[in-house]
Design a protein around this ligand. Structure first.
Ligand SMILES: C[S@@+](CC[C@H](N)C(=O)[O-])C[C@H]1O[C@@H](n2cnc3c(N)ncnc32)[C@H](O)[C@@H]1O
Length: 310
């Protein structure tokens, strides 16, 4: 078992921001996943500081909860938070090499699999192994549910992104730089002359403003950029070293089916707060229509919710 590995452990102030943001998003996550939870014994895998477990205990007071995390810091928080609570058993374990040894009805991975993937050298087999440890576990009850809520990769297409202010342009450049640890992003600055996209070197933001310069970039990289650019400066380096959308919704579904699970729910959506508080203030996104005309495009979906049934 590997314990307390880098990504879960931010610097002190960054860790506070990280935990606070999980706390803030906890109630919405709980609202979304609750309709799909099978009460009984519920594993919250990669539970962090327990925001989701805590919310679910209020909805399912007769259930037993097992929050699992590999981070020493998170496990300390979980133990403190749930001390004296009889129906909660905190476990320190790595999702990649841990198979629960008692029967269970529901296993959830919320904002979890992208961390498993990113923390293990962007190796898909570690995510598949973490899912296998649940889906093929003989203790997973028939009719039980595996619930995944995480980032999602859009289907590939070429987009044209327009930064609307200096902050957005600056963060775009920081994204390109920081994300290079994950992958080199293919993009070009340029401008449309009729139907022709004329490529040019990195402009100053003044030029971007004056000349309608756009950034030609793939939808999957656009999604990674949009889902990260707004993070607090303290946490930006860690967030940039992760990939949030590891598979498309279709690919995720295929993986669950590969394990013999029936997909009972699969949706992707853009979180309204991301659209309203960040994306719409900082970037516009365009694509080419069938006639080659530049037209506004929707922002990529930030999140997906997928439910498999055994
Ligand atoms: C973004 S947090 C999400 C926490 C919680 N699920 C929530 O939504 O509030 C991800 C958590 O996954 C944990 N984690 C990452 N990789 C892990 C692994 N391989 N095994 C167990 N925990 C892991 C991290 O320590 C971190 O606490």
């Amino acid at each position: 078992m590997s314990i307390q590995v880098g990504l879960g452990e931010r610097q002190t102030f960054g860790q506070k921001i990280y935990v606070d943001s999980m706390e803030k998003s906890g109630p919405a996550k709980v609202d979304e996943i609750s309709p799909f939870v099978k009460p009984g014994r519920i594993l919250d895998i990669c539970a962090g500081a327990g925001a989701v477990t805590a919310g679910l205990t209020a909805r399912f007071p007769a259930s037993e909860f097992v929050p699992i995390d590999f981070s020493g810091n998170m496990v300390e928080r979980l133990k403190k938070r749930f001390s004296g609570t009889k129906n909660i058993d905190v476990v320190q374990a790595d999702a990649v090499d841990f198979a629960y040894d008692k029967s269970f009805d529901t296993a959830i991975f919320v904002s979890a699999l992208h961390e498993v993937y990113s923390g293990n050298g962007f190796d898909f087999s570690t995510v598949v192994q973490a899912l296998h440890n649940v889906a093929n576990n003989k203790n997973f009850k028939k009719g039980g549910r595996l619930i995944i809520r995480d980032g999602v990769m859009p289907e590939p297409e070429t987009l044209f992104v327009e930064p609307l202010n200096y902050f957005a342009y600056n963060r775009f450049l920081k994204f390109i730089n920081g994300f290079s640890a994950v992958k080199n992003v293919d993009f070009t600055f340029g401008k449309f002359n009729g139907n022709n996209f004329a490529v040019r070197n990195a402009p100053s933001f003044g030029e971007v403003e004056r000349n309608n310069l756009l950034i030609k970039i793939g939808s999957q990289d656009t999604n990674e950029m949009l889902s990260k650019y707004h993070y607090a400066e303290e946490n930006l380096p860690v967030e940039l070293s992760e990939k949030f959308g590891i598979w498309t919704l279709n690919e995720y579904q295929k993986v669950l089916r590969m394990f013999g699970l029936k997909v009972v729910h699969a949706v992707s959506y853009l979180l309204p707060y991301l659209r309203d508080t960040h994306y719409s203030r900082d970037f516009k996104v365009y694509r080419l229509d069938n006639s080659g005309k530049l037209v506004p495009a929707p922002y990529p979906d930030s999140t997906m919710l997928l439910v498999g049934e055994k």
